[in-house]
Structure formats: structure tokens, C-alpha cells
Ligand binder design. Structure first.
Ligand code: ZN
Length: 379
């Protein structure tokens, strides 16, 4: 196990969960509220976390995180945080539980509705150091939210927005691949494609951040060569370790921003919260990367060639077909139609994508018609 310090202090490796008690002590958390979901609790992982805290721990548990967390869930968990006299949060789960816990960490220590803190409403400055301390323990490998400075939540008005601030970054991330060993194949595939989307999109973002580019390319290399193994051999420890690393790396890197894969999937996920974020990203990736392949910075810096090198494929012109082929090999849905998403939703999806924070860091400016073309190609 290694200790990595890059924005967040990260305990990484098999057995990392054993550091939980000392991490609570380091952060001065005496009475944490665990934020999780019913599935993670049923899998016994919440009990494993509670066992690490010991019998003297005054921990509470909120296990009702919805698949796409919303403002009502933030209110409910915040009320439990206050009523229980808690002084910190431990998120145990996938991106949904971690993002919800981030929302609770902000709203438990700041007045006002969530939209006041949304990036799109200029709310970043309203998030202060008063934010409650959070330890994030991922149980999936994809979102990387344990090291990310954003939380994506659905507001009462239906918009899916990002709360983005350095204060939202968990004070500690405990990445123990052992917690992902029981993840079913389809969930391993969908969350893994989210990690791949993060690495690719942030690498293609035109912002200047060479360290992030290096981290993203290495993350892509690990994910691309291990995702099928993790799906076909769920007990393969090496594959699980590499997927968890790729997930962490994607999110360490995406401080550089994401692109149209995420502006589209954030928007559609807000319209239909039952759709899985990683699955949507897998569907949007080929059309968006094809659109971006003619962007000036992508061409000048031979970025498709560098992606191909990381993926271990023949050349830059193979990236788009390989993305589509990987989605198929993993058994993920072939397109939006299979998910029941029809053209009648395009107008709403496009409006949401144009307003999303990831829209601005796409390497090529996407117009309404460009988005329509990408959606049609993703059917
Ligand atoms: Zn994502």
C-alpha cells in the first residue's frame, strides 16, 4: 500500500480500509455520519466500515442515497447530521453517495438552498472552509469523486448542476480495491467506462496542465488494458487495483475540465435520473471524440495519436471505432434508443448540455446543431 498526496491525502491499496480510524483522528472527526445507499449496505460494506470505527464510535448511518442524488436527499441527510450532533462525514459507495456527502458537507455548514452554491450560478465563492470534513471510501471504480472537487446534484427545479470548489474535495480518500471485488460485471463495465471517459475528455480539454495530461494518459492505459479483465474475472485483484487507480487518476486529472460527453450525460441524467452516468458516457464517447478530432488543439498536439498509444491500438484513426467496439465487447447498451431515449427529448438534452460546466472545456465549441448531430449518432 502506498500513500499518495496530490490535493487529497489518499490511502491506496488492498487493506487501505484499516486506516479509517487513524484518518478520523487526523481530521478530528469523533462522531461521523456515514452516507451510503441501500445496495452497499446490503452488500455488508457499511458494516465493515462501522467495524473499523470500533465500538466507541458515535457513528450514524444515512443509507438512502438515490442513484442520482438530489436536493431532497441532501436535506434529509443534513437533518440527520444536525440531529445526531455529527462533526464529519464518511461517504461509503459510488459517485452518488460521495457526491451526496459532499452536498451535505456544504449545506450542513452554510445557509441557503443548494442552487446558491452551484458553479453555473456563480456559487463557487459561497462555499467556504467551514465545509464539514469528509472522508470518501469508494466502492466502485469509475467516478473518482473521492479525489474530485465537484459534486453533481439534481436541484429541486430539476437541473443537474455541479458544486465545485477546493473545499468540496474530501479531506481523505481511502481507496481499497477489496471493496470493489463484489461489483457485478455490468456495473464494473459502466463505472469503468466513466473512468475512461474522464481520462480521455480531460486529456482533450484545451487547458494547459501537463501533469494532469500525464496522469490522464496513464489512467487510460491502466483502464483500457484492465476493464475487460475486471468484467470477465471479477476476482482478479490486479485488474481491480488498476481500475481503482484509473478511476482516481481520471478525477485527479479532470481539474482540467471535461467536455461534451459529460455535458450531454449530465443533462440527460438530470432529465431521467434512472439512466446510469457511466453507461451514457460509453454511448456518447465515439460521437463526441469524432466531433473533437478536428479541433485545432487536438490536431496540433497529435492528441488522438497519444490516446491510441495509451490504448495500445494501431493509430489515432482507430480511437473512435475502438471506443464503439469496447462498449459492445463489454455488453453495454448500443445506443440511446435501447435506453428508451427518443428524439423528442433532444431539445431538452441540448439546452441542458449548453448550460453545463463541462461544455466550456470541450476542445471545440459545440453548437446546438453539433449537439443534435452527436445525439443522432448516439442513437
Ligand atoms: Zn463522469
Amino acid at each position: 500500500m502506498s500513500v499518495i498526496n496530490y490535493i487529497t491525502q489518499i490511502q491506496f491499496g488492498f487493506g487501505a480500509l484499516e486506516t479509517l480510524k487513524s484518518e478520523c483522528e487526523r481530521l478530528g472527526i469523533k462522531s461521523p455520519l456515514l452516507v451510503s445507499d441501500a445496495g452497499v449496505r446490503a452488500a455488508g460494506i457499511v458494516d465493515r466500515v462501522l467495524a473499523q470505527l470500533g465500538a466507541d464510535g458515535k457513528a450514524g448511518v444515512y443509507d438512502q442515497t438515490p442513484p442520482n442524488p438530489n436536493e431532497q436527499a441532501v436535506r434529509d441527510a443534513s437533518a440527520q447530521f444536525h440531529d445526531g450532533g455529527h462533526d464529519g462525514l464518511i461517504a461509503v459507495g459510488g459517485g452518488s453517495s460521495i457526491d451526496l456527502a459532499k452536498g451535505v458537507a456544504v449545506s450542513a455548514r452554510h445557509e441557503g438552498p443548494l442552487r446558491k452554491f452551484a458553479l453555473i450560478e456563480g456559487g463557487a465563492a459561497n462555499i467556504t472552509a467551514a465545509t464539514a470534513p469528509l472522508i470518501a471510501i469508494p466502492t466502485t471504480a469509475g467516478t473518482g469523486s473521492e479525489v474530485g472537487r465537484g459534486s453533481v446534484l439534481i436541484l429541486d427545479d430539476g437541473r443537474k448542476v455541479g458544486l465545485i470548489s477546493p473545499h468540496v474535495v474530501p479531506k481523505s480518500a481511502i481507496c481499497d480495491p477489496d471493496l470493489t471485488m463484489g461489483l457485478p460485471p455490468l456495473m464494473t463495465a459502466a463505472t469503468g467506462m466513466d473512468a475512461i471517459a474522464h481520462c480521455i475528455e480531460t486529456f482533450l480539454s484545451p487547458l494547459f496542465n501537463p501533469p494532469a495530461d500525464g496522469i490522464a494518459l496513464d489512467g487510460l492505459r491502466r483502464a483500457w488494458s484492465n476493464i475487460e479483465l475486471a468484467v470477465s474475472q471479477p476476482g482478479n485483484k490486479d485488474a481491480r487495483l488498476n481500475m481503482m487507480s484509473a478511476s482516481m487518476q481520471g478525477a485527479l486529472a479532470f481539474q482540467k475540465g471535461l467536455g461534451c460527453v459529460h455535458s450531454l450525460s449530465h443533462s440527460l441524467g438530470g432529465i431521467n435520473p434512472r439512466l446510469h452516468h457511466g453507461t451514457l458516457n460509453a454511448i456518447f464517447l465515439p460521437a463526441v471524440v469524432k466531433f473533437n478530432s478536428s479541433a485545432a488543439t487536438v490536431v496540433e498536439e497529435a492528441k488522438l495519436e497519444r490516446l491510441a498509444q495509451a490504448m495500445g491500438i494501431a493509430g489515432g484513426d482507430q480511437v473512435v471505432p475502438e471506443l464503439a467496439s469496447m462498449r459492445e465487447r463489454l455488453g453495454l447498451p448500443s445506443g440511446l434508443a435501447e435506453l428508451g431515449v427518443g428524439e423528442e427529448l433532444f431539445g431538452r438534452i441540448i439546452a441542458g448540455a449548453l448550460a453545463d460546466h463541462s461544455h466550456k472545456t470541450n476542445p471545440k465549441d459545440a453548437s446546438e446543431q453539433d449537439y443534435r448531430d452527436m445525439l443522432e449518432a448516439s442513437m
